[in-house]
Design a protein around this ligand. Structure first.
Ligand SMILES: C[S@@+](CC[C@H](N)C(=O)[O-])C[C@H]1O[C@@H](n2cnc3c(N)ncnc32)[C@H](O)[C@@H]1O
Length: 542
């Protein structure tokens, strides 16, 4: 049962105007963005609606979304870390899983809120939706309520009450990292790998349910969104960016170097090693931490309190005498990284984008090659959009005939220079067989160099691999006009992928072009975490 533990708490009348000002600012940040339906805040809102519906069916009630809205005064009272009331909810059932990997439960407002709302605010039959990191559907938990937002409250997990029971899939003995409870890096170490893959599949299905529900009716539900697992479930991450804050001597602050705390009000979690990072990154982390701890004493006064981020990247190092490769860690100051995937070698500078888990890349390429293989004879060109340093274009170059061509576009000029360099490094003829240009994919199909290349949609495969925010209407319109035979959409944010493909579907319905989504699958690039990559394959029907 929730209990108000802070008897000294003075109530809303002592709040200053600054509270409301800050509240406005925080809410603006967390506010649902009506222009971008796939923003985190919007997705969480849709998830809260679904969670509420689960709550109603489990409890046989009819609580409405307005009944979980938090009054302004309540939000104001839970705003500041320093004098926030301590409210503990002793037993909350986790009923719903968010795509961020958190659990959602509900706490009756009548149990704790009356001292913190205005007189006359009716809190009877009203609930607070609590979003609790590191929890899973089936858990019964003891939590502390933190910051309140318009439709939910953040909460801190204090104890899982049913850890060893069959009512939860949780198996705490599986947790490898000592800092798992605090660190925001991983969400699922307490779950079997099969359960992790199932949750990721749920996220894929959810994304399409929210943004492209028609597709769910069209495809075979027993296969849709299946997630292909990764061979290495730990020690796979080839990039780590730990942070630290230069301590303030005057405040006697200690130095922590690591990843963000799961509770946003806490400082970064001090990590001596990271279980999902590769051994060479962990070796470098030990050395870097020691060095920073020594050097931080000499930081000038004005640097105190500043946030710093360290870049650690694992790559190949070649022994010039023996020609042998070993793995080593590189930092920001390194000039060039080298990676090998299948028979192809890639070079790039440490700050450029390159996939962070080598052990999943071969299954991804095999999957794409399989789909190219289904219609191999009809493809001559591969158009690699959002191509980075040329990973897909180069890795798939053998899937098209020798007289064909790979054409890539990428916003970052630095990456595109490496893409051209990588094509030559792998013995591929530039620009006859491989051509990479810098520019926005938004205007790709109107680009003069592209138009001059003679590439025709009817003999082309288009790979698109945008960043988390997904693609744009302008790109999708041009893609439709270009009319490639096969489209392979690789995504690190399935919500924007579903949105883009739904738009593509609407656009094609306006014309007479007809594409069919052949398949949507997930790949587990980041075991132990909430993340999932998806690949959607679309084919042009004759
Ligand atoms: C997820 S990465 C994929 C890179 C590459 N396909 C790979 O697998 O290594 C997305 C890439 O899209 C690029 N990008 C972002 N917006 C773009 C745009 N409007 N036009 C072209 N490239 C863009 C980014 O710089 C980044 O390199």
């Amino acid at each position: 049962m929730p209990t108000a533990k802070n008897e000294q708490y003075q109530g809303p009348e002592r709040r200053e105007r600054s509270v409301l000002k800050k509240l406005k600012k925080v809410n603006k940040k967390k506010k649902r963005d009506t222009d971008d339906h796939t923003s985190r805040a919007n997705i969480l809102f849709l998830e809260l609606e679904e969670a509420l519906s689960t709550f109603n069916s489990v409890k046989n009630t009819n609580v409405l979304i307005n009944d979980i809205q938090n009054p302004t005064e309540l939000m104001g009272n839970f705003m500041f870390t320093r004098d926030r009331p301590t409210i503990i909810a002793d037993s909350v059932d986790i009923l719903y899983q968010t795509s961020e990997g958190d659990g959602i439960g509900f706490v009756p407002k009548s149990m704790y809120a009356s001292p913190f709302v205005e007189e006359g605010d009716d809190i009877f039959n009203k609930f607070t939706a609590v979003v609790v990191p590191k929890t899973i559907v089936g858990d019964k938990v003891k939590i502390k309520l933190n910051m309140h937002h318009q439709f939910y409250s953040e909460a801190v997990l204090l104890q899982v009450l049913n850890s060893n029971s069959r009512s939860t899939p949780r198996k705490d003995t599986l947790v490898v990292c000592q800092k798992f409870e605090e660190c925001s890096g991983c969400q699922f170490q307490m779950l079997s790998y099969d359960k992790q893959l199932q949750l990721k599949r749920d996220t894929i299905v959810k994304a399409y349910r929210f943004f492209y529900p028609e597709l769910l009716g069209e495809l075979d539900q027993s296969e849709f969104g299946k997630v292909i697992g990764c061979e290495n479930q730990y020690a796979y991450r080839t990039k780590l960016t730990p942070h630290y804050k230069v301590p303030r001597v005057i405040k006697n602050e200690t130095l922590s170097i690591g990843l963000n705390h799961v509770n946003p009000t806490m400082q970064v979690v001090d990590l001596e090693s990271c279980a999902i990072a590769t051994p060479s990154i962990n070796r470098a982390l030990t050395i870097t931490r020691k060095k920073i701890k020594e050097e931080v004493k000499n930081e000038p006064l004005e640097a105190q309190g500043r946030q710093r981020t360290i870049l650690l990247r694992d790559g190949l190092r070649m022994n010039k005498e023996t020609g042998e490769h070993t793995r080593a860690c590189y930092g920001e100051s390194s000039k060039v990284m080298t990676e090998k995937v299948e028979d192809f070698v890639f070079q790039f500078d440490p700050s450029s984008f390159f996939q962070n888990n080598n052990s999943i890349l071969i299954p991804v390429l095999e999957y794409i090659k399989y789909h190219i293989g289904l219609g191999a004879k009809s493809y001559k060109y591969l158009v690699d959009t959002y191509c980075g340093v040329g990973f897909f274009g180069i890795s798939l170059s053998k899937s098209i005939p020798k007289e064909g061509k790979v054409f890539g576009i990428e916003l970052s000029e630095r990456s595109i220079n490496f893409a051209t360099h990588n094509a030559m490094l792998n013995g591929l003829e530039v620009p006859k067989r491989m051509q990479f240009i810098s520019g926005s994919a938004d205007s790709m199909f109107k680009n003069e160099e592209f138009l001059n290349s003679g590439i025709k949609g009817k003999e082309s495969i288009v790979i698109m691999d945008p960043s988390r925010k997904g693609s744009t209407e302008s790109f999708m319109r041009q893609l439709l006009e270009f009319k490639p035979k096969l489209i392979i959409y690789v995504s690190c944010n399935v919500f924007t992928q579903a949105r883009d493909l739904s738009l593509f579907n609407k656009l094609q319905e306006e014309g007479s072009i007809s594409y069919r989504v052949r398949d949507v699958v997930g790949f587990d690039f980041f075991p132990q975490t909430k993340h999932v990559e998806t690949v959607a394959v679309l084919e042009l029907l004759d």
